[in-house]
Design a protein around this ligand. Structure first.
Ligand code: 13P
Ligand code: SF4
Length: 306
């Protein structure tokens, strides 16, 4: 099966677009209409006129696209593609946590369920979190969920305390500081690029910290030739395409495993992208009241990110 040609045909027939996150396999990125970080993909979903959105990413991303497009069909190639951050922040526990801090402003990372979004004042991504948190009036208690590492990085950067939910990403937590030090010794000129979902110790070694798009842009613009990349390995596909003369070294996980690949993101395959467009399934379906409530903090984020 020539998946590329078949996907192109189905996109035309169904007036569909494929949105792909950088953590998808290279062959999926290559058939996408938009490849981006969480914010860019949400922005693309917000402005599309397509009848069908095939979201090659994880559940919370496709859910966000559905919230922004209640009347369009949104398919996720594998409905089981979850996220450890979203899974580690169930709505009932989140509501109980929030209740302990009446009057606070609740900022949630986009890596959370629609139910958690519906209970939040602002949604942020790693590329706009700093700007949005800085815009919150002084004197307000801020709750930040679910990523403690991104939260701690923001607290340090902005110099403002926040109450942090203690969640983390299974991929970004596996990078080993010890092995990174050894790798840097062997590649002293390499710049270390890290995603803010990494732990504090690792971030303190980074030359640049940012979202997947931020990391990619930095690597392409830098005069340096070697980079150690501390985020999910899928990002290397666009790095190598954009700068074939540069060397990109994935940061090593502590164990001898492929733990720098997100098992949720990697549930999607090019074949599943094809079948999801062919069958218009599996679809994201959500209750109308949840769609409406979850949209409020997402719209606030989009307005502040324009
Ligand atoms: P960004 O795409 O915003 O950099 O986030 C990375 C991520 O972990 C998505 O799940
Ligand atoms: Fe979630 Fe981490 Fe996978 Fe991103 S890389 S989808 S944060 S588990």
């Amino acid at each position: 099966m020539d998946y590329e040609a078949e996907i192109a045909r189905l996109k035309r027939e169904r007036n569909a677009i494929v949105l792909a996150h950088y953590y998808q396999e290279g062959d999926i990125q290559d058939v996408a209409d938009v490849i981006g970080d969480s914010l860019q993909l949400a922005q693309a979903a917000a402005k599309t006129q397509a009848d069908v959105i095939c979201f090659a990413g994880v559940h919370f991303m496709a859910e966000t696209a559905k919230i922004l497009n209640p009347n369009r069909i949104v398919v996720l190639p594998d409905l089981e593609a979850g996220c450890s951050l979203a899974d580690g922040c169930p709505a009932d526990r989140f509501i109980a946590w929030k209740a302990k801090y009446p009057g606070s402003v609740v900022v949630s990372y986009i890596n959370c369920s629609a139910e958690v979004k519906a209970e939040s004042d602002y949604i942020v991504t790693s590329s706009n979190a700093e700007k949005i948190v800085r815009a919150i009036p002084e004197g307000k208690t801020i709750l930040f969920a679910p990523d403690k590492n991104l939260g701690r990085w923001l607290v340090k950067k902005i110099g403002r305390e926040m109450v942090l939910w203690q969640g983390s990403c299974i991929v970004h937590e596996t990078f080993s500081e010890r092995k990174l030090i050894a790798l840097k010794t062997r590649h002293p000129d390499a710049e270390i690029l890290a995603h803010p979902e990494c732990e504090d110790g690792l971030l303190s070694m980074a030359d640049y910290i940012g979202s997947t798009t931020g990391i990619l842009k930095y690597a392409l613009a830098s005069p340096k030739k070697e980079f150690i990349v501390a985020t999910e390995a899928g990002i290397l596909h666009q790095m190598q395409k954009g700068a074939p003369d540069k060397t990109f070294i994935p940061a090593p996980p502590e164990a001898n495993c492929a733990c720098n690949e997100c098992p949720h993101m990697k549930r999607n395959t090019i074949e599943k992208v094809y079948t999801s467009l062919r069958d218009l399934s599996p679809r994201l379906e959500m209750r109308a009241d949840l769609l409406e409530r979850a949209r409020v903090p997402i719209d606030r984020m989009l307005a502040l990110s324009a």
